[in-house]
Design a protein around this ligand. Structure first.
Ligand code: PGA
Length: 255
């Protein structure tokens, strides 16, 4: 589904490390019912262990399945990793890469994320690449530079052709799980900066088409204001995606 700009409006629920496969299947079934006929592309990202159960629950529905991470490697001796081909076999179509929790808690760097983007694209998955600055970086006036550096690092191997099948989520680290949201003006300004960077690298057509999602304490109360900005094409929702009513309310702000 797309907005006036022709871009897809994507509302993605990042369930993080919540829900075993039984609880995840229940939530997926509720999301399926509550979001039927939505104007947005609705995506849910359960933990790996729940992908099969959620895929079965979403069979034949418009709600798409995402994973929260992917290995940079193909099948092989990589204990604890999951290959893009395995996700695809489960019916996964999207994958979150470079989430700030992976960066902060597990030391993932842009150099780690870049080959994950490539592995995802090579398998036919749509990456949702997460970028965002810390509070100290914002306070120092470096937010746009930090995000541009992350984009450059994570997209170092990306071709212009591949850039047309990407999605970027701007998630200021200080807004994730904190209840503190970027103002629509601040988020919109960052999205314009990301789109300008994208245009410089991959050309105006690719930049016009790339869906830019905002993430960080998105709730039913602030979703409409954020999504009313012409450059905010959707949301990556954490906490509020675990509550079907809240998630459906956010989805319904796209229309
Ligand atoms: P939050 O998480 O909505 O709970 O802030 C967003 C995210 O981490 O993707």
């Amino acid at each position: 589904m797309s907005d006036r700009s022709g871009r897809q409006n994507v509302i993605a629920g990042n369930w993080k490390m919540h829900k075993d496969h039984l609880a995840a299947a229940r939530l997926a079934s509720e999301v399926r019912a509550a979001c039927a006929g939505s104007a947005a592309t609705v995506v849910v990202a359960p933990p790996f262990t729940a992908l099969a159960a959620v895929a079965a629950e979403l069979q034949g529905s418009e709600v798409a399945l995402a994973a929260q991470n992917v290995s940079a490697h193909g099948e092989g001796a990589h204990t604890g990793e999951v290959a893009a081909s395995m996700l695809l076999a489960h019916g996964v179509r999207w994958v979150i890469v470079g989430h700030s929790e992976r960066r902060q808690l597990y030391g993932e760097t842009d150099a780690d994320v870049a080959p994950k983007v490539q592995a995802a694209l090579a398998a036919g998955l749509l990456p949702i690449l997460c970028v965002g600055e810390t509070l100290a970086e914002r306070d120092a006036g470096r937010a746009e530079q930090v995000v541009a550096d992350q984009l450059r690092g994570c997209c170092s191997e990306l071709t212009a052709r591949q850039s047309a099948t990407m999605c970027v989520a701007y998630e200021p680290v200080w807004a994730i799980g904190t209840g503190r949201t970027a103002t629509p003006d601040d988020a919109g300004a960052m999205h314009r900066s990301i789109r300008a960077w994208w245009s410089e690298q991959y050309g105006p057509e690719s930049a016009e088409g790339v869906p830019l999602l905002y993430g960080g304490s998105v709730k039913p109360e602030n979703a409409a204001a954020l999504l009313s900005d012409a450059d905010i094409d959707g949301a990556l929702v954490g906490g509020a995606s675990l509550d079907v009513q809240d998630f459906a309310a956010i989805v319904s702000t796209v229309g």
